[in-house]
Design a protein around this ligand. Structure first.
Ligand SMILES: Nc1ncnc2c1ncn2[C@@H]1O[C@H](COP(=O)(O)OP(=O)(O)O)[C@@H](O)[C@H]1O
Ligand SMILES: [Mg+2]
Length: 284
């Protein structure tokens, strides 16, 4: 038992040292305290004030490859339900969708890595689906990137509680490099998010720039799955983004989306040769 505890302690310490959150000297102090009072590594570290609960949680998530956050964790929004509740019905639905998408679209060898999440109107759940889908892909061990391309009503920075000062808009205007704009979500292994960035006066023009494709090419070198959140498809932005992505998934809300609008969107996407890899009836 004692040996097991020390092995565990060493690896938690090693993870935190590797992550730059703990110095080797502090790790030594913690090990000494731990031995002296028969404490667990984390408890000894907290007692000494050298680490906090978040650090320990980070290390445990790494150590056990356990991709879920404890309920009540405030570091991301509760709307990202896939990070908290693997058993909820909507998360089960998203995992089934993930399987379909793995079979029908994503293919690293064929460079099929990008998927735009589209829907006709606001409030139909695009951002919600994009965020949670990205999380379930990352939980499978895919190197996953979520890009917020809704430059009109950006949401992903709120869902993942990251700063929105640099993001897609600054990459498209050449003020930030693609790699600098991708923010690693520490507690969700394998997931990075590119927030929308400052709201520009000319979203449609920005999204049409060649820089968008260049950026996707750069990201496809480091990620296996790239999910793109888009604005309501009644604006032209979503079409532009979907064409660049090559593939799209349509979200429809049972109570909000009209059949006519859904059909128009489908027809428009097909006309621009976007592959429709599925649709999701978001029943909420
Ligand atoms: N399946 C769902 N279950 C619960 N709440 C949802 C679901 N889908 C969307 N919502 C909620 O509905 C609101 C609008 O969703 P959002 O994703 O922001 O829409 P959109 O991006 O299409 O404008 C958000 O508050 C979101 O959390
Ligand atoms: Mg949205």
């Amino acid at each position: 038992m004692q040996t097991q505890q020390l092995t565990e302690a060493r690896s938690i310490g090693a993870i935190l040292i590797d992550a730059g959150k703990l110095s080797a000297m502090d790790a030594e102090k913690i090990l000494r305290e731990q031995k002296l009072h028969s404490l667990r590594f984390g408890d000894a570290a907290i007692k000494l004030g050298l680490l906090n609960h978040d650090d320990i949680q980070f290390a445990l998530a790494n150590q056990f490859d356990y991709p879920y956050l404890p309920h009540g964790d405030q570091s991301i929004s509760g709307e990202v339900i896939a990070a908290f509740s693997p058993d909820s019905p909507v998360v089960e639905q998203l995992r089934a969708l993930r399987t379909q998408l793995m079979l029908r679209w994503f293919d690293t060898e064929l460079q099929r890595k990008t998927l735009a999440i589209v829907s006709p109107e606001n409030g139909e759940g695009r951002s919600y689906v994009a965020a949670n889908l990205a999380v379930v892909f990352s939980q499978l061990g895919e190197r996953t990137l979520l890009i917020d391309a809704d430059l009109r009503q950006p949401r992903q920075h709120q869902l993942f509680k990251i700063t929105n000062s640099a993001g897609l808009s600054s990459v498209l205007t050449g003020r930030t490099s693609a790699n600098d704009a991708a923010v690693k979500i520490n507690k969700l292994l394998g997931l990075s998010v590119v927030p929308a960035g400052a709201t520009p006066p000319n979203p449609q023009e920005l999204l049409s720039r060649a820089a968008f494709s260049t950026m996707l090419k750069i990201y496809s070198e480091s990620y296996d799955v790239i999910i793109i959140d888009t604005p309501a498809a009644k604006s032209a932005d979503a079409q532009t983004i979907a064409s660049r992505s090559g593939a799209a998934m349509i979200v429809a809300s049972q109570n909000r989306t009209s059949v006519a609008e859904f059909k128009t969107l489908l027809a428009n996407l097909q006309q621009s040769n976007v592959i429709i890899v599925g649709s999701l009836l978001n029943d909420f």
